[in-house]
Design a protein around this ligand. Structure first.
Ligand code: GTP
Ligand code: MG
Length: 281
C-alpha cells in the first residue's frame, strides 16, 4: 500500500496513534533490518514519549547477519531495547514476548499494588508501510489464536488479539509516514519496496541498485548472475544480465524494463544475498 502523506494526514495519524497509545503498555516499533535508519519514522520519539518501546528489526532474514549485530548494539548503546525478528518464519518472537515482560515490569507492579491482578500486557505495533506490520501480527497471533473481540469500555473499533504469554495486541497497527527529505533515504526505501517505484522509474532505480550493491561488494552481482563486473558501468552490467536472462525485445534490443524488474525483485526477495544497505554512522 502506498500513501501520499500530507501535513493534515500526518497530524491525524499522529493523533490517532496517540489515542491508541493510552490503551497500551508497550509499543513495538517495527523497522526493516536492511535499512534501520531509513525505515524509522522521523517523529517517532516525539510521538511515543515515555511509553515503553521495543524496536523490532524485522526482515532480519534478508539482512546481513553481521550488520544485524552491529545495529543491535547501536540501539542498545542508545538504551533502546531491540530484537531481531523474521516474522515470515516466526523467528525471534519469543524474545519479543520476554522483552515485553521485562519492559513493562514497573507498570505491572503498579497495577498489582492497586489490586489489579493478572491483567494482560497490552501492546501495539507501529511502523512505516510495508515493514511487515500485518505479518508480525499474524505470526504473533498464530501461536495463541483468536481475537478477543471488542472490549467494553474501549473504543469499539479496537480489536484485541490474544498472543503468546498472555499478551494482547491491538489488531490495527499505526501506519507512520517515512522520512522523505533525503534522497539517499528515498532510494533505500524504494530499493526495499517500502515506497512505490515512483520516486524513480524502475529502470533508473535498478541502475542505482546495481551501483549500490557493487559499492558494498562486487560479489553479490557476480555470484548471482555469473558475470564479472570489473571495469563495467551499471549500464554494461544490466545489458549483460538482460542478455543472460533473455530480456530481449524485437530487433535484439535489451528489454530494460524487464531486466530492471528482475534485479529489483531478486534483491527484495533476498536471492541476490542477505544485504544490509546502511550501517550506523
Ligand atoms: N523475508 C521476510 N519478508 C517479510 C517479513 N515480514 C514481512 N515480510 C514481507 O514483506 C511484505 C510486507 O509485509 P506486510 O506485513 O504486508 O507489511 P505491512 O507493514 O503490513 O504493510 P502495509 O500494511 O502496506 O503498511 C510481504 O510481502 C511480507 O511477506 C520478514 O520478516 N522476512
Ligand atoms: Mg499491513
Amino acid at each position: 500500500m502506498n500513501i501520499n502523506w500530507y501535513p493534515g494526514h500526518m497530524k491525524k495519524t499522529k493523533e490517532s496513534i496517540k489515542k491508541n497509545l493510552s490503551l497500551v503498555d508497550i509499543v513495538y516499533e517495527i523497522i526493516d533490518a536492511r535499512i534501520p535508519y531509513s525505515s524509522r519514522n522521523p517523529d517517532v520519539d516525539g510521538i511515543l514519549g515515555n511509553k515503553p518501546r521495543l524496536i523490532i528489526m524485522n526482515k532480519s532474514d534478508l539482512a546481513d547477519a553481521e550488520s544485524n549485530k552491529i545495529w543491535k548494539s547501536y540501539f542498545e548503546q542508545k538504551k533502546i531495547p531491540v530484537v531481531n525478528v523474521d516474522s515470515l518464519n516466526n523467528k525471534g518472537l519469543d524474545q519479543v514476548i520476554n522483552m515485553s515482560y521485562v519492559l513493562t515490569e514497573e507498570k505491572r507492579k503498579a497495577l498489582e499494588n492497586r489490586g489489579v491482578k493478572n491483567r494482560p500486557i497490552r501492546a501495539m505495533i507501529i511502523g512505516i508501510p510495508n515493514v511487515g506490520k500485518s505479518t508480525l501480527i499474524n505470526s504473533l497471533s498464530k501461536r495463541k489464536g483468536a481475537k478477543v473481540g471488542n472490549r467494553p469500555g474501549v473504543t469499539k473499533a479496537n480489536q484485541w488479539i490474544k498472543i503468546k504469554g498472555d499478551l494482547e495486541l491491538l489488531d490495527t497497527p499505526g501506519i507512520l509516514w517515512p522520512k522523505f527529505e533525503d534522497k539517499e533515504v528515498g532510494l533505500n526505501l524504494a530499493f526495499t519496496g517500502a515506497i512505490k517505484d515512483e520516486l524513480l522509474d524502475i529502470e533508473s532505480l535498478s541502475f542505482e541498485l546495481v551501483k549500490r550493491l557493487n559499492l558494498i561488494s562486487t560479489k553479490f552481482i557476480e555470484n548471482r548472475y555469473n558475470i564479472s563486473v570489473e571495469d563495467k558501468s551499471p549500464y554494461d552490467i544490466i545489458v549483460e544480465i538482460g542478455t543472460k536472462r533473455g530480456c530481449i525485445i524485437r530487433g535484439g534490443e535489451i528489454d530494460f524494463n524487464k531486466v530492471s524488474n528482475i534485479i529489483l525483485d531478486e534483491y527484495r526477495k533476498g536471492v541476490i544475498g542477505r544485504i544490509t544497505l546502511e550501517l550506523p554512522n
